[in-house]
Design a protein around this ligand. Sequence first.
Ligand SMILES: [Zn+2]
Length: 233
Amino acid sequence: MGKVDDCLAWLLPRRCVLCLAPSGRHAVCAGCWPELPWLQPGCPGCGVPLSASTPPGSCIRCRRGRQAPLRIRAALAYTWPVDRLVTGAKFHRQLHYAQALGELLAAAVGSVTATDDHPDLLLPVPLHRSRLAERGYNQALEIATPLAAALGLPLAPELCRRVRHTPGQTGLSARARRRNLRGAFALCDTCAGMHIAIVDDVVTTGSTAMALARVLLAAGAARVDVWAAARTL
Ligand SMILES: [Zn+2]
């Protein structure tokens, strides 16, 4: 944040997206911030929190962990009040909620990721153009924009397109989700040798991120991480 931002924050303090108290330069006030359901970095395979007694590589959710093809980092548990922020951002045009989620994700990722471990670019999960036309915006891009700004990382929303309109994933089994997503994404540019972080609002089974990651890895990406504002537990 520069001096101009500091002055603006002093003149026009923001309001906490949760309780509407003045929150300075932040999306969430100092009172609400520690009350959020923050997730500690968990299993690198699926992001699920690991207890101290879980041996490495034996996560109960994904039974991998050690050599996972992609590493998922989710900032917050998808419980109250995060669910309200996510659904507001996704379905009710509450773009300041998406902005808040991006800032919260930046705080979570920035606190544990060394700068030299940062990805080369951020790729928000693309929406199919018909879904984009219907919604008017891509919530993953709205989350990734403040995240990229906070961490000083390039944003590459045009790297990949969603070429197949996939029906909603809710209620489908993991296997049905995978089938549903086959051929959903197409690469528009080269990504060989790059370290890419996919940005999404919520990770549930990870199947969407996995489908996108497969396309990137097949095109020679060196490493793919998934950074999600929230994950279901
Ligand atoms: Zn608050």
